[in-house]
Design a protein around this ligand. Structure first.
Ligand SMILES: *Cc1c(COP(=O)(O)O)cnc(C)c1O
Length: 399
């Protein structure tokens, strides 16, 4: 069966909620993937940062195989002997008292919003169901009805209303705007340290630090969505660590994507006891959240990131990659920006056609926000592999 066969079946029987590049992948290893015709590609998207450890990392795969031979699903009606260890591991690497495990990123964002709201009504004293959460314009936090209720992207919202109320917009990167809209009904601020889907938008230096000071002074929560920036992507284990010390860390931290080791959706919401204690049995749950297979995947995914020093590799390789991208002489490049291995190349023409040409040369990337090519390879990438990609990126962007 060739590529065309699979593309046709997918388009015929699948909802058209994506517009994939025309390549049909059948195998992956490390930073490399192969299509059904046997062509080899370097994966410069890594499933939107869900493959920080690379495709089929042997340690993660072996742990899964072992777990498959024991038990896979218990539900939270019972305890299991892997969730316990996963929660302990999360505490060790993040310092938060408690974690609440979910599956997808969007579910974890929803969970964080519920925790924040309940904290505000039962502890902060905001009148019941009257609170506001501040969000940034151009954000991306997922696509459930509540989450698109505070998206500023027209297409995400069009014909999907009515929406969930209780959200207030401010421009991203401008802490003064947040200071202005905080009032007695403000629950907290939900923000991405770098806007990923929004086009790899890096806020001015000091933004998070000032946000932390303002939220602390006003007594509102700082809720950080590190689903894409977390777990090493930007050159630190968490992107907030570029600016905040351990005792300044966000009140609520949301992780997902790479926590699933490129295998399976695993997400968590982290907070200290004074916040997480508002959640009581029955308030929230998930059939699959915290299952033993997900838990062993979470544990091993974290171990790989730490044992292999992936945040440090992301920092070094990211600097190298960005420097070399900036040296490309191109009539199309407007700006190269990013942190660690979360990199955006903004063009003066739609990025799609460039991604299609990169594909022909064996480089997988994806446009985001029409004019930006995102490069976010697995964090295990080596210099030679970046050079291999750079040669092809230069060929496409310089002519
Ligand atoms: C991908 C992403 C999400 C949504 O995660 P899903 O697993 O696709 O639901 C939320 N927030 C950010 C910042 C993301 O990058």
């Amino acid at each position: 069966m060739n590529s065309l066969y699979h593309i046709e079946l997918t388009e015929k029987y699948g909802a058209h909620n994506y517009k994939p590049l025309k390549v049909v992948l059948t195998r992956g290893e490390g930073v490399w993937v192969w299509d059904v015709e046997g062509n080899k590609y370097i994966d410069m998207l890594s499933s939107y940062s869900a493959l920080n450890q690379g495709h089929r990392h042997p340690k993660i795969i072996n742990a899964i195989i072992e777990q498959l031979n024991n038990i896979t699903l218990t539900s939270r009606a019972f305890y299991n002997d892997k969730l316990s260890l996963f929660l302990k591991k999360l505490n060790e690497i993040t310092g938060y008292d408690k974690a609440l495990p979910m599956n997808s990123g969007a579910e974890a964002v929803e969970t964080a919003l519920k925790i924040a709201r309940k904290w505000a009504y039962t502890k902060k004293g905001i009148p019941l169901n009257d609170g506001e959460i501040i969000v940034a314009l151009n954000n991306f936090h997922g696509r459930t009805i509540t989450i698109i209720s505070f998206s500023s992207e027209k297409q995400y919202r069009y014909a999907f209303g009515p929406f969930t109320p209780g959200f207030v917009f401010v421009p991203f990167g401008d802490e003064k705007a947040i200071e202005r809209v905080i009032n007695e009904r403000t629950i907290g601020v939900l923000i991405e340290p770098i806007q990923g889907e929004g086009g790899i938008i890096v806020p001015p230096d000091g933004y998070l630090k000032k946000l932390r000071e303002i939220t602390k002074e006003k007594g509102v929560l700082l809720i950080l969505d590190e689903i894409q920036t977390g777990l090493g992507r930007t050159g630190k284990l968490f992107a907030y660590q570029h600016e905040l010390s351990e005792d300044e860390k966000p009140d609520i931290l949301i992780l997902g994507k790479a926590l699933g080791g490129g295998v399976y959706p695993v997400s968590v919401v982290l907070a200290n006891d004074n916040i997480m204690e508002v959640i009581k049995p029955g308030d929230h749950g998930s059939t699959f959240g915290g299952n033993p297979l997900a838990s062993i995947i979470g544990i091993t995914s974290i171990e790989v990131i730490i044992e292999e020093n992936l945040p440090e590799n992301a920092r070094i390789m990211g600097e190298y990659f960005i420097k070399n991208l900036r040296e490309i002489k191109s009539p199309y490049i407007k700006e190269v920006r990013g942190k660690g291995l979360l990199i955006g190349v903004e063009l003066n023409k739609p990025a799609r056609e460039f991604c299609e040409r990169l594909l022909e040369l064996g480089v997988l990337s994806k446009e985001t926000h029409d004019y930006v090519i995102r490069f976010a390879p697995p964090l295990i990438i080596k210099r030679e592999e970046i050079d291999w990609a750079l040669e092809r990126i230069e060929a496409v962007l310089s002519k």
